[in-house]
Design a protein around this ligand. Structure first.
Ligand code: NAD
Length: 310
């Protein structure tokens, strides 16, 4: 194994996946710097307290709230406040220079190439050469994200795809970019297995890689069938959950946990990038999904998806 050591990790983006990944690293003993963007608007409680957008508590709201909910999430046999103490939170705008001190930067921001490219451009200016830098993208081609970045960045960059929830699901896809060094790939492969407790699989840089190409195919097929056969959400989940040995992953529940926006970005990515795929039309979103997106029924993160959050 290479001589790399992972003592400190920066996780950029503190949503569903970023906060879970941060907790997972803290649990295995790493220090974590967890950063997100600065909120653009005050929420009612902040207004009532007379806070402004410049107050630290507001600037760090996104990271702190996500972390709290990751720590609270059930079942939670391993996450604990004592692990959270290894996590330092902050916002990207104020704290980006701190990434110079970490051994691995993991980007976990929204599934949009335009946003990820800007984040990487800024990180490239601040990271120390030689630092690992990876993306948790669900399906954006790795080569698109590394385009235009420094040679050192490209050598140390690849996809590291954790599955949701990051602490339980074992699959850890590693997706090389055009210039990723063998040392980086070998290190991540071994680190994933030995330290993260995952099963590492190296996947080619094809749209949505392996897990999600198959997963989205299944979900999209179901979306189209549901419409055709007039099935209800409850009927589908009854048939695709515990009764077939999937205690926590009935289909529509899973979509709510993942976040409809993320799923839509991945399905659209496959649709755009695989015009010759024999299942091409299947990756086109049915109208009811577009309606849900317009209404912001994105799942647990907005309180309403196929189910209402209670
Ligand atoms: P999310 O919507 O829960 O969180 C995204 C976070 O990115 C938010 O906290 C948001 O504030 C932040 N963000 C937005 N713009 C930003 C910017 N310019 N700079 C910094 N932060 C910014 O999304 P998520 O589900 O955590 O997904 C994050 C990434 O992980 C995506 O690439 C997604 O495809 C991938 N992923 C998601 C899942 C899943 O099940 N949700 C699983 C595996 C991989």
């Amino acid at each position: 194994m290479s001589k790399r050591r992972i003592k400190k990790v920066a996780v950029i983006g503190s949503g569903i996946m970023g906060s879970g990944i941060a907790c997972h690293f803290a649990n295995i003993g790493a220090d974590v710097l967890l950063l997100d963007i600065v909120p653009r608007e005050l929420i009612d409680v902040e207004k009532a307290k007379g806070l402004t957008l410049n107050d630290k508590v507001v600037r760090n709201r996104l990271v702190n709230d996500s972390l709290k909910s990751a720590l609270k999430s059930k079942p939670s046999p391993i996450y604990h406040q004592k692990f959270a103490d290894r996590i330092t939170t902050g916002n990207l705008e104020d704290d980006i220079a701190k990434v110079k001190d970490v051994d691995w930067i993991i980007e976990v921001v929204v599934e949009r190439l335009d946003i990820k490219k800007i984040v990487f451009e800024n990180l490239d200016k601040h990271r120390t050469p030689g630092t690992l830098i990876t993306s948790n993208t669900s399906g954006i081609p790795i080569k698109f994200m590394s385009e235009g970045r420094s040679e050192d960045f490209q050598k140390h960059f690849c996809g590291t795809h954790f599955f949701n929830p990051a602490r339980y699901l074992k699959l850890f896809e590693i997706i090389p970019g055009p210039k990723t060094s063998n040392e980086v790939l070998e290190f991540l492969n071994e680190y994933g297995e030995k330290f993260l407790g995952k099963t590492s699989v190296v996947a080619k840089d094809t749209p949505a890689f392996i897990g999600n190409r198959i997963g989205i195919f299944g979900i999209q097929s179901l979306f189209h069938q549901v419409k055709k056969l007039g099935l209800t959400v409850e009927e589908v989940d009854k048939l695709t959950g515990p009764v077939i040995g999937r205690p926590k992953s009935a289909t529509f529940r899973t979509v709510d946990v993942v976040g409809l926006d993320t799923l839509v970005h991945v399905a659209n990515g496959i649709y755009e990038n695989c015009p010759n795929d024999e299942a091409h039309e299947l990756f086109k979103l049915p109208e009811f999904i577009n309606t849900m997106m317009e209404n912001k029924w994105l799942g647990s993160k907005t309180g309403q998806g196929f189910y209402k959050k209670v």
